[in-house]
Design a protein around this ligand. Structure first.
Ligand SMILES: [Zn+2]
Ligand SMILES: [Zn+2]
Length: 128
């Protein structure tokens, strides 16, 4: 699905639906079609689901299947792919207590570049 491919992070079904409507330029795309298409893509291994800490399920292109973590902006809610793994913990590492790490999935929460700009500006203005 090209629109998953073009995204900079995993998307919700309503977001994918909105993008599909835009891409089809006025042609009607039902949300049920989006659900069906995504289920098929996941089955074929072309898309994968991402479950966020909030319990929300999003979808991403499977070529993002190489290890990456996610970052969710707490203001705009956008979820980004992180291209650098912030975890300095190799797979196979053993943690105290005898836990062997096989993989990890991480979602960091904070402010995206756009929102941190917005969050900083009003403060600067008030200080003047
Ligand atoms: Zn944001
Ligand atoms: Zn990682």
């Amino acid at each position: 699905m090209a629109l998953l491919d073009a995204s900079d992070g995993p998307l919700t079904i309503p977001q994918i639906h909105a993008l599909a409507l835009k891409a089809e330029k006025g042609k009607k795309v039902g949300i049920a079609t989006v659900y069906r298409t995504l289920a098929l893509l996941v089955e074929k291994g072309e898309a994968r689901t991402v479950v966020l800490p909030s319990g929300e399920t999003r979808y991403e292109h499977a070529h993002h299947g190489h290890h990456h973590d996610h970052f969710q902006c707490r203001l705009c809610g956008h979820v980004f792919d992180l291209h650098q793994c912030p975890v300095g913990l190799p797979d196979g590492a053993t943690l105290p207590g005898g836990f062997t790490v096989e993989s990890h999935e991480l979602t960091l929460i904070g402010l995206c570049p756009k929102c941190s700009e917005k969050a900083v500006k009003p403060k600067k203005a008030a200080a003047k």
